[in-house]
Design a protein around this ligand. Sequence first.
Ligand code: ZN
Length: 150
Amino acid sequence: MMELGSLYQELILDHNAAPRNFGKMEQATHCVEGVNPLCGDNLVLYLRVKGDVIEDVRFQGSGCAISQASTSLMTTALKGKTVAEATQMFEAFRDLVTAETSDAELATKLGKLAAFEGVKQFPSRVKCATLGWHTLKAALDGERDMVSTE
Ligand code: ZN
């Protein structure tokens, strides 16, 4: 667990300092805003989906380090994935940070994203870590405006 803990810290520091795929996307096919009022996190997620494949993903927004880093890492994991694969990743990530016991199979499936399992120790931050993912799910489900964790 110590190793996972330090990887978690490192990823958060790194992705918060230099978020990947950050900025507005022209010609997005999906654009949804996600907010977490409890913490004050907000973001706009842009997707360009062609056929069944997520060709590009970007985000903009502001919030705590956990929400920024989690969304940044999510964008790096999604490019080139199919909509079905992205939905599976959403479910796996949600289960990873909310399940009471750890699940080695889930962790393997998620790769680097599994480092966020550490957030389980801080239940109030789970919504920060999942905000980007819930926004993704809403976008893929056809939501067009805004989703809130509350
Ligand atoms: Zn937050």
